[in-house]
Design a protein around this ligand. Structure first.
Ligand code: AMP
Ligand code: GLY
Length: 443
C-alpha cells in the first residue's frame, strides 16, 4: 500500500522509518517532512491544515492510508474529511479528538467510564473560580480547557498561585480562547508515566509504558519542554501495570466513547500519575507522543502499516490480535539534542556534524528483514534543514538519538555514546534520561 504521514518532526520520522520496514507498505509520502524523512519518503509541501489539498493529493495518488502526527489537524476534523470521501486515515474523528482538545470533555468521559482521575470543578466565570479557590486552600492545578501547546496547565502550591493562574487564563487570555473555560483539580503526587494503545473503536492493543522527561534540565529542573528524552519499557512498573491500564482506563474509555456515538480510533496516549497502587489519569492525548514515539518504534515488531490500517478500519479485537503486533522485550531509550536556550530563545542554522558516523545509509533494500544489529542506534530528525548542501539545526529540538539494547542500562549508554559524537553549536541535552529506572537497578 501507499502510506502518507502528515507532520515534520522526530515522531513522524520514527513512524516513517518503521513504516519503511513494513511488509505491506510499498511507497511512502510525507506532507511536511525534514531532511531525515526525505531519505525514506517522498516529501510534499501541503500544510497540515490544508484538508482539501491533502484529500486531493491522497485521491490523486491513490494513497491507501494516511497517518496524522499531531493533534491540531485531528481536533479540526481531518479524519472526518477523509472518511467522507472513503479515504482511509489513522486517527480519531473530530468528536473523538475532544478527548485531548477539551479537558472538560476528557473529565466527563473519565467520569462516565469510571476511570480514576483527580477530583475537579469546571468554571466559565473567573469570579466564581476565584471564590471556589478561596474556599479550598491547598495545592491545586489550574488547566485551560482547550489546546494550548502543552502550556495551559499550571501546578500551584497554594491559593495565591491558583488565583494568578485563573486571571492569566480567563481574563488575560494567555492561551487565547483555550482558557475561556478552566478545570481546577486536586494536585496529585506520584510518578508520571505515559501509556500507549492502538485502538480500533472496539478493539485495542497495548504498546506499553514510556517515561518522558519534560523538564529542560537534569533532575527535572527548569522550564517545561515538549520532552527531552524517553525510554520504554519502564522496568519499575512491570507488565502488571500495563494490564491494569488496559482494563481500568483504555477499555472503559473506548466503551464510553462508543456510548457517546464517537468511537475512538487511532492511538490513545494516556498520561498517568502512579502512586504506589493508586493510578490516576492526568490527561488523554489522541496521537503519539514526541519523543515517546521514537523508542516505541524501535521496539515495535510486526507490520506497522497493517496495524494502523486495521485500527483505521475499526477491525475487531480478533482482527487486531491476528496482526501479531509485538513489542521487542529489549529496551529503547531516546535522548533529545536541543538548541542552546530551548525552550526559550534559541538560534537556528548551526551546522551539524558527526551524524554520518552513526547513521550510515538506510539499507538499499528497504524490505530487508529488520536487522537488529544494524538498527541499534537511530537518529531521528526533529528540527533540521538543509542549507547550501549542509545539515543545520532548524528548531528547538533538533535530533532524537535513539538506541535499542538488551537492557535499559545498555540502551541509555549507547544513546549517550552516539549523542556525544554529534556536534552543533549550542547543543543541549539532559544527561539523566531514565534516571528513575536506573537508580532502582543493581549497578
Ligand atoms: P496535562 O496536560 O493535563 O497532562 O498536564 C500537564 C502536566 O501538569 C502533567 O504532565 C503533570 O506534570 C502536571 N499535572 C497535571 N495535572 C496534575 C495533577 N492533578 N496533579 C499534579 N500534577 C498535574
Ligand atoms: N512528549 C509529550 C507529548 O508529546 O505530548
Amino acid at each position: 500500500m501507499k502510506v502518507m504521514v502528515i507532520g515534520k518532526g522526530g515522531r513522524e520520522h520514527a513512524l516513517l522509518w518503521r513504516l519503511n520496514q513494513s511488509e505491506t507498505a510499498r511507497k511512502l509520502y510525507c506532507a511536511g517532512g525534514n531532511p531525515g524523512i526525505s531519505q525514506l519518503a517522498e516529501v510534499i509541501s501541503i500544510a497540515p491544515d490544508d484538508f482539501a489539498g491533502l484529500v486531493d493529493f491522497a485521491r490523486r495518488e491513490r494513497i491507501d492510508l494516511t497517518v496524522v502526527g499531531a493533534e491540531d489537524p485531528l481536533a479540526a476534523g481531518i479524519v472526518d474529511e477523509f472518511d467522507r470521501v472513503g479515504l482511509r486515515i489513522f486517527g480519531p474523528s473530530r468528536a473523538a479528538a475532544q478527548l485531548e482538545a477539551s479537558k472538560t470533555f476528557a473529565k466527563a468521559v473519565m467520569r462516565e467510564a469510571g476511570v480514576p482521575t483527580a477530583g475537579f470543578e469546571v468554571f466559565d466565570d473567573a469570579e466564581v473560580a476565584r471564590r471556589w479557590v478561596r474556599a479550598h486552600a491547598g495545592p491545586m492545578v489550574v488547566k485551560a480547557d482547550g489546546l494550548a501547546r502543552g502550556k495551559g496547565v499550571v501546578v500551584c502550591e497554594d491559593a495565591a498561585g491558583a488565583l494568578a493562574a485563573i486571571g492569566d487564563a480567563m481574563e488575560r487570555r494567555r492561551f487565547g480562547a483555550a482558557g475561556a473555560r478552566v478545570v481546577i483539580e486536586e494536585r496529585l503526587a506520584g510518578e508520571e508515566l505515559s501509556f500507549f494503545a492502538l485502538c480500533g473503536g472496539e478493539s485495542a492493543v497495548a504498546l506499553g509504558l514510556v517515561q518522558d522527561h519534560k523538564a529542560a534540565y537534569d533532575g527535572d529542573r527548569g522550564p517545561n519542554t515538549g520532552g527531552m528524552g524517553a525510554y520504554t519499557p519502564v522496568p519499575h512498573f512491570g507488565a502488571a501495570l500495563e494490564t491494569r491500564v488496559m482494563n481500568e482506563v483504555v477499555r472503559p474509555t473506548l466503551g464510553a466513547m462508543r456510548a457517546r456515538g464517537a468511537p475512538f480510533r487511532g492511538v490513545m496516549f494516556v498520561g498517568l500519575m502512579v502512586d504506589g497502587e493508586r493510578i490516576n489519569v492526568l490527561e488523554y492525548n489522541v496521537r503519539f507522543g514526541d519523543p515517546e514515539c521514537e523508542p516505541l518504534m524501535m521496539r515495535f515488531e510486526g507490520d506497522l502499516a497493517a496495524a494502523l490500517l486495521a485500527c483505521a478500519e475499526g477491525r475487531s479485537q480478533a482482527g487486531l490480535n491476528g496482526l501479531s503486533v509485538r513489542l521487542s522485550p529489549r529496551s529503547a531509550a531516546a535522548v533529545v539534542l536541543a538548541s542552546g536556550g530551548y525552550p526559550g530563545e534559541y538560534r537556528k542554522g548551526a551546522a551539524i556534524s558527526g551524524l554520518e558516523r552513526i547513521d550510515g545509509a538506510e539499507p538499499s533494500d528497504a524490505k530487508v528483514r529488520w536487522a537488529l544489529q544494524k538498527t541499534r542506534v537511530k537518529v531521528f530528525h526533529a528540527g533540521t534543514a538543509m542549507r547550501g548542501g549542509r545539515l543545520v539545526s532548524d528548531g528547538g529540538r533538533v535530533l532524537v538519538v535513539t538506541a535499542l539494547a538488551e537492557d535499559l542500562r545498555r540502551a541509555v549508554a549507547t544513546a549517550y555514546e552516539a549523542a556525544a559524537i554529534i556536534e552543533f553549536e549550542g547543543k543541549q541535552m539532559r544527561r539523566d534520561i531514565a534516571r528513575r529506572a536506573l537508580e532502582r537497578m543493581p549497578p
